[in-house]
Design a binder for this molecule. Structure first.
Ligand code: KDG
Length: 303
């Protein structure tokens, strides 16, 4: 009798959110350029890639259109070792994003309303699939996509907890997606309820008016472990009632900043799974972010 097939191992982290085709202007602004690079973007998919690059196992859960951009995204994520938990939608397209790159900040333009991923809804991810998963990661982009996505994130928190997984949430405010009022309230709710939350000091100031890491902590008192990133200065972790831990950022020559926050989250979560000390987890976040800051893509270079 042949042995029973071994069960598929459960990924350590499941990252839930939209990935899109990415068109980046080359050599001149989008309005003028005749050349562009075609790639992919999407915060949660980027985190899954970063986790795999750091030696962990990760799945990306989302929906894609039945189109070449969807195929491109799934092929690229799979090539980078990410497990796909993906539904294909025959009636809605894969979203696309255009980018005018800049060293300080890049301008982005979305063509994602009504996308296949925006149709994620509560129950999209069957709770039973989360058994054995250690971390479920999503970002503030996902609840901004649609009402049904927001309900999906609410359910995800409940199902992840029931499965014994940590909930990780990166605030990632994307101004173009929703009103400030909606963002401020919804991002507070999800960040405060997370086991691990990441937020940029500057984005927190923009959405909540909180100037310092301590003020951000006071705004999110219930979050299990709050990480406040302050650009090239460094990052502070606020663990429960314990003293905060600050680790300065390494000096790097920034080529393009988009994707660095995702890389930071991936590095931090990978070190968390390794059981590293808090300062080392922050340092791992900085090191991963530095690799993306010094290149043009959203993703760490292959190889
Ligand atoms: O996080 C870096 C980009 O990939 C990301 O901003 C794209 O998910 C994205 C979005 O919605 O802007």
């Amino acid at each position: 009798m042949s042995p029973a097939p071994s069960p598929t191992p459960v990924p350590e982290v499941v990252c839930v959110g939209e990935s899109m085709g990415l068109v980046t202007a080359l050599g001149a602004p989008l309005a003028e350029t005749e050349s562009a690079a075609l790639g992919l973007a999407g915060a949660e998919g980027n985190v899954a890639v970063g986790l795999v690059a750091a030696g962990r196992t990760a799945a990306w859960a989302s929906r894609l259109g039945d189109d070449p951009i969807g195929i491109r995204i799934s092929t690229e994520l799979q090539r980078r070792g990410v497990e796909l938990w993906v539904e294909t939608d025959a009636d809605a397209p894969t979203g696309v994003m255009f980018k005018d790159p800049g060293t300080e900040s890049s301008s982005v333009y979305y063509y994602r309303r009504g996308s296949a991923a925006s149709r994620m809804a509560a129950g999209f991810l069957d709770a039973s699939r989360l058994a054995g998963v250690r971390v479920v990661h999503t970002t503030g982009i996902t609840p901004a996509l649609s009402e049904s996505c927001r309900a999906m994130v609410d359910r995800l928190y409940v199902d992840a907890r029931a499965a014994g997984a940590l909930v990780s949430f990166d605030v990632n405010d994307r101004r173009a997606l929703w009103t400030m009022e909606d963002a401020a309230a919804t991002l507070t709710r999800f960040a405060d309820a997370a086991d691990i939350a990441f937020v940029g000091r500057d984005e927190a100031e923009r959405i909540w008016g909180t100037a310092t890491p301590t003020e951000i902590r006071a705004h999110l008192p219930h979050c299990g472990l709050l990480i406040v990133k302050d650009g090239d200065i460094g990052a502070t972790a606020f663990p429960g009632d314990d003293e905060p831990v600050f680790v300065p950022a390494p000096r790097v020559e920034v080529v393009e900043p988009v994707g660095a926050g995702d890389a930071f989250a991936a590095g931090f979560l990978a070190a968390t799974l390794d059981g590293a000390a808090l300062a080392d987890r922050l340092a791992a976040g900085h090191a991963a972010a530095a690799r993306v800051l010094t290149t043009h893509g959203d993703l760490p270079p292959l190889g």
